[in-house]
Design a protein around this ligand. Structure first.
Ligand SMILES: Cc1cc2nc3c(=O)[nH]c(=O)nc-3n(C[C@H](O)[C@H](O)[C@H](O)COP(=O)(O)OP(=O)(O)OC[C@H]3O[C@@H](n4cnc5c(N)ncnc54)[C@H](O)[C@@H]3O)c2cc1C
Length: 460
């Protein structure tokens, strides 16, 4: 099917229609749930509010540029559920997944220092002083001693429990917070180190072996979602407004006033949206839904007429993902030089630069117009991408009010009980189910939702 166009024609169910399983949300979590259900002979229908699938993994192709709206990369290690899907839909052949050949780096004292989270950082220092490097080595060694006790699916049960990012840094060398932990969580995940638990970060870094071996889909980060959707019954442009259990199943109400009944439902939307759609959730589910808050993020992407890069010391490896610590800026949290991530993101001789705002700036900017946001952000970004203003061919603003599950202490305290609850007719999928802001967590949650339905209400 053509998933890029709104389907409001004959495929839309009549008010009295019934479906086997309705999946609400065509992000990677919902598509995974539908894929696994279909594999077991069920007939899932995915209802997506937007005009295309992918959610936070969407990409747009405009005049030769591939503009990623959310997700940037996937890891070689630590993404087993994703790689299973990649192989199943045949994306693993013909160079459809590219190696990212440049590195992440941190901004300090007027330039980028490559090697953050990578073994190269042990040689370059990745912006840390000798004292900072020794403190980081000690911290990593102590965490690796208990590496076997970190489960990415249950980060709160690790030895770090519900300690926040700031708690882990307290009493250690100041650079660990300022140049490692704060930029790591704020740039990539939009987190406030005082609010979010550190266990999901540590569990993810152990699983992915740091920032080693990262990859990107050749045709944009929505490639997997698009490929999966081709094999599924997906209805785009179908926002769901209400989910309600009824005697004969679960009733879904749509924005256009139509409704249908499903035998079971997978709510594959961020937890605050799931909570609003399904006010009748049982109290123990509702408690976790309420605690499972999200951090917002804004990305401004800029096609440019030359391949810009961050200032760096000559001879050091190139930085494609630049983390900008709060102690150096406080307004911009990072930039991605997309053409250094994958050359085909921009036409030959051109570039694509994206800018992320800090958690504080995001909250200030989220409700402003695109012009106000670009006016506030781009002049500040010039420092990290010299020549940006002159090379600019345009700018697009991507607002993510629900960008990353925050993994607060309260959410992690309630997490295990939520995972261990009895299966029901309304199941949930989304990265928040595992309290990690990664596409792998979203895929895992889709698999879990399908499994819970197949062994629960759909059994027999
Ligand atoms: C800026 C940014 C960068 C990121 N970078 C990375 C990265 O490099 N690597 C990585 O692994 N992860 C990254 N992530 C995280 C990753 O994108 C997410 O974890 C993942 O895409 C979440 O998928 P999901 O299916 O759970 O949710 P979503 O992608 O949010 O999907 C939910 C879907 O539900 C739809 N929907 C919402 N409401 C309704 C409704 N009422 N009716 C019907 N449909 C509805 C939405 O339109 C959406 O398509 C990044 C995220 C952001 C925001």
């Amino acid at each position: 099917m053509d998933v890029t166009r709104t389907d409001t024609g004959g495929g839309v169910p009549n008010p009295d229609d019934e479906v086997d399983v309705a999946v609400v949300g065509g992000g990677i979590a919902g598509l995974t749930a539908a894929h696994r259900l279909r594999e077991e002979g069920r007939h899932p229908v995915v209802f997506e509010a937007e005009d295309a699938v992918g959610g936070r993994m969407r990409a747009r192709r405009v005049d030769g540029w591939t503009v990623e709206e959310g997700t940037e990369t996937l890891a070689t290690a630590g993404y087993p559920a994703t790689w299973r899907l990649v192989r199943e839909v045949g994306l693993d052949s013909d160079g459809q997944v590219l190696k990212v050949r440049s590195l992440s780096g941190v901004w300090r004292d007027g330039r980028a220092h490559a090697g953050t989270g990578h073994w190269v950082g042990a040689l370059t220092g990745a912006g840390l002083s000798l004292g900072g490097r020794m403190a980081l080595a000690r911290l990593v060694a102590s965490l690796l001693r208990s590496a076997g006790r970190f489960d990415t699916r249950r980060p709160g049960e690790s030895p770090l429990g519900t300690r926040t990012v700031a708690d882990l840094a307290a009493g250690r060398h100041r650079e660990l917070l300022d140049y490692v932990l704060q930029p790591a969580v704020s740039t990539g995940w939009g987190w406030d180190p005082e609010r979010s638990c550190v266990a999901p970060l540590v569990a993810t870094m152990i699983a992915t072996r740091g920032l080693l071996g990262w990859r990107t889909y050749r045709d944009g980060m929505d490639a997997l979602a698009r490929r999966m959707a081709e094999r599924l019954d997906v209805r785009c442009g179908r926002p769901v407004v209400e989910v309600k259990e009824s005697g004969s199943g679960v009733r879904l109400g749509f924005a256009d006033g139509t409704a249908l009944t499903a035998r079971a439902v997978v709510l594959a939307v961020p937890s605050p949206l799931a909570r609003a759609l399904y006010p009748g959730a049982p109290p123990h589910e509702e408690r976790f839904l309420r605690a499972a808050t999200y951090a917002p993020m804004i990305r401004v992407t800029c096609p440019v007429d030359r391949p810009l890069s961050a200032p760096q010391r000559r001879g050091t490896p190139r930085t494609y993902a630049l983390l900008v610590p709060d102690s150096e800026d406080g307004y911009i949290s990072g930039l991605t030089f997309e053409h250094l991530k994958a050359r085909n993101r921009a036409p030959d001789g051109h570039g694509l630069v994206s800018v992320l705002t800090s958690p504080r700036a995001t909250r200030e900017l989220l409700h402003l117009t695109d012009e106000e946001i670009t006016g506030a952000v781009l002049p500040r970004a010039e420092r990290y991408a010299p020549g940006l203003g002159a090379a600019l061919r345009g700018a697009s603003v991507h607002r993510h009010p629900h960008a990353a599950p925050e993994a607060t202490p309260e959410a992690l305290r309630l997490h295990s009980a939520f995972l261990d609850r009895q299966a029901g007719g309304v199941e949930y999928a989304g990265d928040w189910v595992f309290q990690r802001p990664t596409s792998e967590a979203a895929v895992q949650s889709g698999e879990l939702a399908a499994r819970r339905l197949l062994t629960g209400v759909l059994r027999g």
